[in-house]
Write a protein that binds this ligand. Structure first.
Ligand SMILES: *Cc1c(COP(=O)(O)O)cnc(C)c1O
Length: 361
Protein backbone atom coordinates (compact mmCIF):
# COMPACT_ATOMS: atom_id res chain seq x y z
CA UNK A 1 0.00 0.00 0.00
CA UNK A 2 1.46 3.34 -1.04
CA UNK A 3 -0.39 6.28 0.47
CA UNK A 4 0.57 9.68 -0.91
CA UNK A 5 0.91 12.97 0.92
CA UNK A 6 -2.13 14.86 -0.35
CA UNK A 7 -1.76 18.65 -0.19
CA UNK A 8 -5.22 19.31 -1.66
CA UNK A 9 -7.25 22.22 -0.27
CA UNK A 10 -10.28 19.94 -0.09
CA UNK A 11 -11.48 17.27 0.00
CA UNK A 12 -8.31 16.63 1.91
CA UNK A 13 -6.39 14.04 3.89
CA UNK A 14 -8.05 12.24 6.78
CA UNK A 15 -6.09 10.77 9.70
CA UNK A 16 -4.97 7.24 8.85
CA UNK A 17 -6.20 6.01 12.25
CA UNK A 18 -9.69 7.24 11.36
CA UNK A 19 -9.67 5.56 7.96
CA UNK A 20 -8.53 2.29 9.52
CA UNK A 21 -11.24 2.42 12.15
CA UNK A 22 -13.93 3.22 9.56
CA UNK A 23 -12.65 0.28 7.49
CA UNK A 24 -12.71 -2.06 10.49
CA UNK A 25 -16.26 -1.02 11.37
CA UNK A 26 -17.48 -1.04 7.77
CA UNK A 27 -19.27 -4.38 7.53
CA UNK A 28 -20.61 -4.62 11.06
CA UNK A 29 -20.87 -1.42 13.05
CA UNK A 30 -20.69 -2.33 16.76
CA UNK A 31 -22.57 -5.60 16.35
CA UNK A 32 -25.46 -4.06 14.41
CA UNK A 33 -24.73 -6.34 11.45
CA UNK A 34 -24.66 -3.40 9.06
CA UNK A 35 -22.55 -0.44 8.03
CA UNK A 36 -23.37 3.13 9.04
CA UNK A 37 -24.09 3.80 5.34
CA UNK A 38 -26.97 1.34 5.43
CA UNK A 39 -28.64 2.05 8.74
CA UNK A 40 -31.75 4.10 9.42
CA UNK A 41 -31.15 7.63 10.57
CA UNK A 42 -34.07 7.02 12.97
CA UNK A 43 -32.39 4.02 14.62
CA UNK A 44 -31.11 4.07 18.18
CA UNK A 45 -27.65 3.12 16.89
CA UNK A 46 -27.45 6.16 14.65
CA UNK A 47 -28.91 8.41 17.34
CA UNK A 48 -25.97 7.31 19.49
CA UNK A 49 -23.53 8.25 16.73
CA UNK A 50 -24.92 11.75 16.14
CA UNK A 51 -25.31 12.47 19.87
CA UNK A 52 -21.72 11.43 20.54
CA UNK A 53 -20.45 13.50 17.60
CA UNK A 54 -22.24 16.59 18.90
CA UNK A 55 -20.97 16.05 22.45
CA UNK A 56 -17.40 15.58 21.21
CA UNK A 57 -17.32 18.76 19.12
CA UNK A 58 -18.86 20.63 22.06
CA UNK A 59 -16.07 19.32 24.30
CA UNK A 60 -13.33 20.08 21.76
CA UNK A 61 -14.40 23.66 21.05
CA UNK A 62 -15.87 24.43 24.48
CA UNK A 63 -19.22 25.31 22.90
CA UNK A 64 -21.49 26.92 25.51
CA UNK A 65 -25.05 25.62 26.08
CA UNK A 66 -26.59 28.72 24.55
CA UNK A 67 -25.24 27.67 21.15
CA UNK A 68 -26.90 25.22 18.79
CA UNK A 69 -24.71 22.79 16.80
CA UNK A 70 -26.32 22.03 13.44
CA UNK A 71 -25.19 19.36 10.98
CA UNK A 72 -26.44 20.64 7.61
CA UNK A 73 -26.10 19.93 3.91
CA UNK A 74 -25.51 22.19 0.94
CA UNK A 75 -21.90 22.86 1.87
CA UNK A 76 -20.45 26.10 3.15
CA UNK A 77 -21.86 27.71 0.00
CA UNK A 78 -25.43 27.17 1.17
CA UNK A 79 -24.66 29.10 4.36
CA UNK A 80 -23.86 32.11 2.17
CA UNK A 81 -27.64 32.30 1.59
CA UNK A 82 -28.99 30.75 4.80
CA UNK A 83 -27.27 33.30 7.00
CA UNK A 84 -28.81 36.44 5.47
CA UNK A 85 -32.16 34.70 4.88
CA UNK A 86 -32.42 33.89 8.57
CA UNK A 87 -30.72 36.70 10.45
CA UNK A 88 -30.56 39.82 8.20
CA UNK A 89 -33.57 41.38 9.95
CA UNK A 90 -32.75 45.00 9.13
CA UNK A 91 -31.68 43.96 5.66
CA UNK A 92 -28.19 45.24 6.28
CA UNK A 93 -24.86 43.55 6.99
CA UNK A 94 -21.14 44.38 6.79
CA UNK A 95 -18.80 42.14 4.82
CA UNK A 96 -14.99 42.09 4.90
CA UNK A 97 -13.70 40.94 1.54
CA UNK A 98 -10.49 38.93 1.87
CA UNK A 99 -10.81 36.50 -1.04
CA UNK A 100 -13.09 34.50 -3.31
CA UNK A 101 -15.13 32.85 -0.54
CA UNK A 102 -15.82 36.11 1.29
CA UNK A 103 -16.71 37.69 -2.03
CA UNK A 104 -19.12 34.90 -2.94
CA UNK A 105 -20.81 35.18 0.45
CA UNK A 106 -21.07 38.97 0.02
CA UNK A 107 -22.54 38.65 -3.48
CA UNK A 108 -25.08 36.07 -2.29
CA UNK A 109 -26.15 38.30 0.61
CA UNK A 110 -26.82 41.16 -1.82
CA UNK A 111 -29.82 39.17 -3.05
CA UNK A 112 -31.48 39.63 0.33
CA UNK A 113 -30.47 43.08 1.45
CA UNK A 114 -27.82 45.73 1.66
CA UNK A 115 -24.55 43.83 2.07
CA UNK A 116 -21.94 46.52 2.55
CA UNK A 117 -18.27 45.81 1.85
CA UNK A 118 -16.56 47.63 4.74
CA UNK A 119 -13.01 46.52 3.90
CA UNK A 120 -11.20 44.61 1.18
CA UNK A 121 -7.74 43.40 0.29
CA UNK A 122 -8.56 43.02 -3.42
CA UNK A 123 -6.08 45.82 -4.23
CA UNK A 124 -3.15 43.46 -3.59
CA UNK A 125 -4.59 40.16 -4.82
CA UNK A 126 -5.90 39.36 -1.31
CA UNK A 127 -2.38 38.81 -0.04
CA UNK A 128 -3.09 40.41 3.34
CA UNK A 129 -5.82 40.96 5.97
CA UNK A 130 -7.01 44.58 6.12
CA UNK A 131 -6.80 46.61 9.32
CA UNK A 132 -10.12 45.86 11.04
CA UNK A 133 -9.71 47.97 14.17
CA UNK A 134 -12.01 50.83 13.15
CA UNK A 135 -14.24 49.90 10.22
CA UNK A 136 -17.23 51.96 8.99
CA UNK A 137 -19.79 49.38 10.15
CA UNK A 138 -23.36 50.68 9.70
CA UNK A 139 -25.18 51.12 13.04
CA UNK A 140 -28.11 49.00 11.92
CA UNK A 141 -26.07 46.15 10.43
CA UNK A 142 -27.37 42.80 11.64
CA UNK A 143 -23.91 41.24 11.59
CA UNK A 144 -20.31 41.55 10.47
CA UNK A 145 -19.14 38.74 8.18
CA UNK A 146 -15.64 37.34 7.74
CA UNK A 147 -13.98 34.40 6.07
CA UNK A 148 -11.50 33.61 8.81
CA UNK A 149 -8.97 31.57 6.87
CA UNK A 150 -8.71 32.26 3.17
CA UNK A 151 -8.16 28.87 1.59
CA UNK A 152 -7.13 30.17 -1.82
CA UNK A 153 -4.91 33.09 -0.84
CA UNK A 154 -3.43 31.63 2.35
CA UNK A 155 -4.22 34.47 4.73
CA UNK A 156 -5.79 34.26 8.16
CA UNK A 157 -7.08 36.63 10.84
CA UNK A 158 -4.67 36.41 13.76
CA UNK A 159 -6.93 38.91 15.52
CA UNK A 160 -10.69 39.15 15.08
CA UNK A 161 -12.14 42.42 13.75
CA UNK A 162 -13.57 45.05 16.04
CA UNK A 163 -17.26 44.62 15.21
CA UNK A 164 -18.28 47.59 17.37
CA UNK A 165 -20.75 45.47 19.26
CA UNK A 166 -22.27 43.76 16.22
CA UNK A 167 -22.67 40.01 15.89
CA UNK A 168 -19.68 38.32 14.23
CA UNK A 169 -20.36 35.63 11.62
CA UNK A 170 -17.35 33.59 10.52
CA UNK A 171 -16.68 31.00 7.83
CA UNK A 172 -13.98 28.75 9.29
CA UNK A 173 -14.16 26.02 6.62
CA UNK A 174 -10.41 25.77 6.15
CA UNK A 175 -9.31 26.30 9.78
CA UNK A 176 -12.06 24.35 11.58
CA UNK A 177 -10.65 22.64 14.71
CA UNK A 178 -7.08 23.65 13.82
CA UNK A 179 -6.66 25.63 17.06
CA UNK A 180 -8.73 26.68 20.07
CA UNK A 181 -11.37 29.37 19.50
CA UNK A 182 -13.57 31.35 21.86
CA UNK A 183 -17.01 30.45 20.54
CA UNK A 184 -18.48 33.29 22.66
CA UNK A 185 -16.78 35.78 20.33
CA UNK A 186 -19.08 34.71 17.50
CA UNK A 187 -22.78 34.78 16.72
CA UNK A 188 -22.33 32.10 14.06
CA UNK A 189 -19.22 30.07 13.37
CA UNK A 190 -19.52 27.56 10.55
CA UNK A 191 -17.55 25.49 8.12
CA UNK A 192 -17.78 22.88 5.43
CA UNK A 193 -16.17 19.74 6.85
CA UNK A 194 -14.28 18.50 3.78
CA UNK A 195 -11.24 20.71 4.39
CA UNK A 196 -10.10 20.00 7.91
CA UNK A 197 -12.69 17.72 9.50
CA UNK A 198 -14.15 14.88 7.46
CA UNK A 199 -15.53 13.65 4.15
CA UNK A 200 -17.51 16.02 1.91
CA UNK A 201 -21.25 16.40 2.30
CA UNK A 202 -21.79 18.49 5.41
CA UNK A 203 -21.41 21.90 6.94
CA UNK A 204 -21.43 22.39 10.70
CA UNK A 205 -23.04 25.63 11.81
CA UNK A 206 -22.67 26.69 15.44
CA UNK A 207 -25.26 29.37 16.16
CA UNK A 208 -26.06 31.39 19.27
CA UNK A 209 -29.61 30.33 20.12
CA UNK A 210 -31.06 33.84 20.36
CA UNK A 211 -30.07 34.43 16.71
CA UNK A 212 -32.30 31.58 15.49
CA UNK A 213 -35.55 33.33 14.65
CA UNK A 214 -39.08 31.96 14.95
CA UNK A 215 -39.64 33.46 11.53
CA UNK A 216 -36.67 33.99 9.19
CA UNK A 217 -35.70 37.52 8.12
CA UNK A 218 -36.69 36.73 4.54
CA UNK A 219 -40.32 35.78 4.03
CA UNK A 220 -40.97 32.52 2.19
CA UNK A 221 -37.58 31.09 3.10
CA UNK A 222 -37.89 27.38 2.25
CA UNK A 223 -38.38 25.04 5.21
CA UNK A 224 -35.02 23.38 4.57
CA UNK A 225 -33.20 26.73 4.67
CA UNK A 226 -34.59 27.80 8.05
CA UNK A 227 -32.21 27.42 10.97
CA UNK A 228 -35.22 26.77 13.21
CA UNK A 229 -36.26 23.69 11.21
CA UNK A 230 -32.93 22.02 11.89
CA UNK A 231 -32.53 23.28 15.45
CA UNK A 232 -35.99 21.96 16.44
CA UNK A 233 -35.24 18.59 14.84
CA UNK A 234 -31.67 18.34 16.21
CA UNK A 235 -30.30 18.03 12.66
CA UNK A 236 -32.67 15.14 11.89
CA UNK A 237 -35.48 16.97 10.09
CA UNK A 238 -34.78 14.89 7.00
CA UNK A 239 -32.25 12.20 6.15
CA UNK A 240 -28.85 13.61 7.10
CA UNK A 241 -25.49 12.56 5.60
CA UNK A 242 -25.16 9.70 8.10
CA UNK A 243 -21.78 8.46 6.89
CA UNK A 244 -20.22 11.92 6.98
CA UNK A 245 -21.54 12.56 10.48
CA UNK A 246 -20.08 9.23 11.60
CA UNK A 247 -16.62 9.86 10.10
CA UNK A 248 -16.55 13.42 11.50
CA UNK A 249 -17.35 11.84 14.85
CA UNK A 250 -14.35 9.54 14.48
CA UNK A 251 -12.20 12.58 13.69
CA UNK A 252 -13.48 14.34 16.84
CA UNK A 253 -12.47 11.29 18.87
CA UNK A 254 -9.07 11.26 17.19
CA UNK A 255 -8.62 14.95 18.05
CA UNK A 256 -9.51 14.25 21.67
CA UNK A 257 -7.01 11.39 21.78
CA UNK A 258 -4.36 13.67 20.29
CA UNK A 259 -4.88 16.02 23.22
CA UNK A 260 -7.40 18.49 21.84
CA UNK A 261 -7.17 21.76 19.96
CA UNK A 262 -4.27 23.36 21.81
CA UNK A 263 -2.12 20.37 20.95
CA UNK A 264 -3.31 20.57 17.34
CA UNK A 265 -2.35 24.24 17.29
CA UNK A 266 1.19 23.43 18.44
CA UNK A 267 1.49 20.69 15.81
CA UNK A 268 0.11 22.95 13.09
CA UNK A 269 2.47 25.78 14.05
CA UNK A 270 5.43 23.43 13.92
CA UNK A 271 4.48 22.16 10.46
CA UNK A 272 3.81 25.64 9.07
CA UNK A 273 7.05 27.02 10.51
CA UNK A 274 9.08 24.34 8.77
CA UNK A 275 7.62 25.34 5.41
CA UNK A 276 7.64 29.12 5.93
CA UNK A 277 11.22 29.06 7.23
CA UNK A 278 12.27 27.22 4.11
CA UNK A 279 10.41 29.70 1.86
CA UNK A 280 11.99 32.67 3.65
CA UNK A 281 15.54 31.52 2.89
CA UNK A 282 14.88 30.07 -0.58
CA UNK A 283 16.21 31.82 -3.68
CA UNK A 284 13.78 29.95 -5.96
CA UNK A 285 10.47 29.78 -4.07
CA UNK A 286 8.60 32.71 -2.52
CA UNK A 287 5.57 32.87 -0.26
CA UNK A 288 2.85 35.17 -1.61
CA UNK A 289 1.32 36.38 1.69
CA UNK A 290 2.31 39.26 3.97
CA UNK A 291 4.16 37.42 6.77
CA UNK A 292 2.01 38.60 9.69
CA UNK A 293 -1.16 37.34 7.96
CA UNK A 294 0.07 33.88 6.99
CA UNK A 295 -2.27 30.93 7.40
CA UNK A 296 -1.25 27.82 9.33
CA UNK A 297 -3.35 25.73 6.96
CA UNK A 298 -2.87 26.87 3.35
CA UNK A 299 0.55 27.95 2.13
CA UNK A 300 0.70 29.42 -1.40
CA UNK A 301 4.10 29.94 -3.04
CA UNK A 302 5.53 30.62 -6.49
CA UNK A 303 8.82 30.56 -8.36
CA UNK A 304 7.80 33.47 -10.56
CA UNK A 305 8.19 31.30 -13.67
CA UNK A 306 5.11 29.42 -14.90
CA UNK A 307 7.06 26.65 -16.60
CA UNK A 308 9.19 26.11 -13.53
CA UNK A 309 6.01 25.94 -11.39
CA UNK A 310 4.51 23.34 -13.73
CA UNK A 311 7.73 21.29 -13.70
CA UNK A 312 7.75 21.42 -9.90
CA UNK A 313 4.12 20.27 -9.61
CA UNK A 314 4.70 17.37 -12.02
CA UNK A 315 7.89 16.21 -10.34
CA UNK A 316 6.38 16.54 -6.87
CA UNK A 317 3.57 14.24 -7.95
CA UNK A 318 6.06 11.63 -9.14
CA UNK A 319 7.51 11.80 -5.62
CA UNK A 320 4.19 11.09 -3.90
CA UNK A 321 3.47 14.75 -3.06
CA UNK A 322 0.14 15.32 -4.81
CA UNK A 323 -2.34 18.12 -5.45
CA UNK A 324 0.14 20.90 -4.82
CA UNK A 325 -0.86 23.03 -7.80
CA UNK A 326 -2.07 26.49 -6.76
CA UNK A 327 -5.59 27.78 -7.31
CA UNK A 328 -6.04 29.18 -10.82
CA UNK A 329 -6.51 32.71 -9.44
CA UNK A 330 -3.07 32.76 -7.74
CA UNK A 331 -1.10 30.31 -9.88
CA UNK A 332 2.05 28.61 -8.64
CA UNK A 333 1.70 26.16 -5.80
CA UNK A 334 -0.33 25.76 -2.64
CA UNK A 335 0.36 23.30 0.14
CA UNK A 336 -2.66 22.67 2.34
CA UNK A 337 -1.36 21.26 5.60
CA UNK A 338 -4.46 20.56 7.65
CA UNK A 339 -4.68 18.63 10.94
CA UNK A 340 -4.37 15.25 9.23
CA UNK A 341 -1.16 16.12 7.34
CA UNK A 342 1.64 14.56 9.39
CA UNK A 343 4.84 16.50 10.15
CA UNK A 344 6.72 13.97 7.99
CA UNK A 345 4.62 15.01 5.00
CA UNK A 346 5.74 18.62 5.32
CA UNK A 347 9.33 17.52 5.99
CA UNK A 348 9.23 15.41 2.78
CA UNK A 349 7.91 18.41 0.85
CA UNK A 350 10.61 20.75 2.16
CA UNK A 351 13.31 18.16 1.43
CA UNK A 352 11.97 17.83 -2.11
CA UNK A 353 11.81 21.61 -2.61
CA UNK A 354 15.41 21.93 -1.46
CA UNK A 355 16.54 19.25 -3.90
CA UNK A 356 14.52 20.78 -6.74
CA UNK A 357 16.02 24.20 -6.02
CA UNK A 358 19.59 22.86 -6.13
CA UNK A 359 18.90 21.05 -9.41
CA UNK A 360 17.35 24.10 -11.07
CA UNK A 361 19.64 26.88 -10.03
C1 LIG B 1 -14.14 25.41 0.26
C2 LIG B 1 -14.68 26.61 0.93
C3 LIG B 1 -16.02 27.01 0.80
C4 LIG B 1 -16.99 26.28 -0.08
O1 LIG B 1 -17.32 25.07 0.48
P1 LIG B 1 -18.43 24.12 -0.15
O2 LIG B 1 -18.67 23.15 0.96
O3 LIG B 1 -17.84 23.51 -1.37
O4 LIG B 1 -19.64 24.93 -0.45
C5 LIG B 1 -16.43 28.12 1.49
N1 LIG B 1 -15.60 28.81 2.28
C6 LIG B 1 -14.30 28.46 2.43
C7 LIG B 1 -13.42 29.27 3.31
C8 LIG B 1 -13.81 27.35 1.77
O5 LIG B 1 -12.52 27.01 1.91
Amino acid sequence: MARVYNFSAGPAMLPEEVLKRAAAEMLDYHGSGQSVMEMSHRSAVFQGIIDQAEQDIRDLMGIPDNYEVLFLQGGASQQFAMIPMNIMKHRKAAYIITGNWAKKAWQEAQRYGDAVAVASSADQTFSYIPDCSDLPIPEDADYVYICQNNTIYGTTYHKLPNTKGHVLVSDVSSCFLSEPVRVEDYGIIYGGVQKNVGPAGMVISIIRKDLIPEEPAVENTPTMLRFKTHADAHSLYNTPPCWTIYVCGLVFQWLKEMGGLSVMKERNEKKAKLLYDFLDQSSLFHGTVRPQDRSLMNVPFVTGDKEMDAAFVAEAERNGLVNIKGHRSVGGMRASIYNAMPYEGVAKLVEFMDRFEKEHR
